[in-house]
Design a protein around this ligand. Structure first.
Ligand SMILES: Nc1ncnc2c1ncn2[C@@H]1O[C@H](COP(=O)(O)OP(=O)(O)O)[C@@H](O)[C@H]1O
Ligand SMILES: [Mg+2]
Length: 319
């Protein structure tokens, strides 16, 4: 038996109107890998992902998912192994409450109410959405919808998580949360995205697709730093590598830098507030006739304000 969890061999597919979308695509992905699929519009990324969960079947070539060869007979079993998160969470959420939406998959897999409820709690906890349990999904923000859509898939405990353009409708904060969430999820992940920075932060491996074929396959930090290769495939360097040609380390180092940036913003604000408070109390001390104390508090306020400049300097160094 192959140790590859996803294996495409010379897969071809054309849509009913004759458009050739996959033209002899081969790839192999092993357990636990995080793989980014990148490529220009129309390259075949979505078509590739739709094959992984058996939504469409290849015209020729072979696809193995886990230990199953994908065929009309096995596609239902294949679908149980693969959790597919669509680009638009509205395509995924259709029940009256968040709870019902997340419970839908486990109940559909045949789990009893109690076990399904456990799965729901666990999935909502992982995505940090326990508080949304009773809300109607269509009233949520796009970031919340996306988290709930992920919970609805995680609740089925798939072996493989597949996402099509997951970050495209997210604001920066929700995008960052999604990156952290994906990095904490240690099953096989396959993510198609236009957002090469997103891939750089969530995937160790990156495959470039063009005209329904694999054009490059390697370490994300290498593939996504290769300007010529990217341009040949109508892609651009990730923003994080544009001003800084040396690949920054993804994962911990990068997250810590982002964290530090937030912290400095926070400290800067606090420092200003503290200086204001010292000054206020210096004034009060003076009006109570405690001039020496007022003087010292005034000095503390001035010293604190000088630290503002150091924060600005630190912020500048982070870029
Ligand atoms: N439902 C469809 N019917 C006909 N052609 C399609 C359909 N969906 C996609 N295509 C075509 O298949 C090719 C690959 O598309 P797609 O897999 O959606 O690419 P990507 O996700 O990389 O943008 C494109 O030429 C696209 O126009
Ligand atoms: Mg697509």
């Amino acid at each position: 038996m192959s140790h590859h969890i996803v294996e495409f061999q010379d897969v071809r597919y054309h849509y009913p109107d004759g458009t050739a979308a996959l033209n002899g695509l081969s790839l192999r992905i092993t357990h636990g890998e995080a793989v980014g699929i990148v490529g220009a519009n129309g390259a075949g990324k979505s078509t590739l992902l739709l094959h992984i969960n058996g939504s469409i079947l290849p015209a020729s070539g072979s696809i193995i998912i886990g230990d199953l060869q994908l065929t009309a007979q096995t596609r239902k079993e294949v679908r149980k192994k693969v959790g597919m998160i669509f680009q638009n969470p509205d395509d995924q959420l259709f029940m009256p409450t968040v709870y019902d939406d997340v419970a839908f998959g486990p109940l559909n897999l045949g789990l009893g109410r109690e076990r399904a409820a456990e799965r729901v709690e666990e999935a909502l906890r992982i995505v940090g959405c326990q508080g949304l349990r009773d809300r109607p999904p269509h009233h949520l923000s796009s970031g919340q919808k996306s988290s709930v859509a992920i919970a609805s898939v995680i609740a089925m405990q798939p072996e493989i998580l597949v996402m099509d353009e997951p970050a495209s409708s997210l604001d920066p904060r929700s995008r960052r949360q999604l990156i952290n969430l994906l990095n904490a999820f240690d099953h096989t992940k396959i993510v198609a995205s236009h957002d090469l920075d997103f891939i750089l932060e969530t995937c160790e491996r990156c495959i470039i697709v063009r005209d329904g074929r694999v054009m490059a396959d390697g370490a994300a930090e290498t593939v996504l730093a290769d300007k010529t290769l990217l341009e040949e495939n109508n892609l651009e360097l990730p923003l994080s590598l544009k001003n800084n040609p040396l690949p920054r380390h993804k994962g911990a180092a990068m997250n810590d830098l982002d964290k530090l940036k937030h912290l400095i913003e926070h400290w800067k604000e606090h420092n200003k507030e503290h200086a204001r408070t010292y000054r206020e109390w210096a004034g009060k001390a003076a009006s109570l006739g405690k001039n020496d104390l007022a003087g010292v508090l005034g000095e503390i306020a001035a010293e604190t304000s000088r630290i503002d400049e150091l924060f600005i300097k630190a912020d500048g160094l982070l870029g």
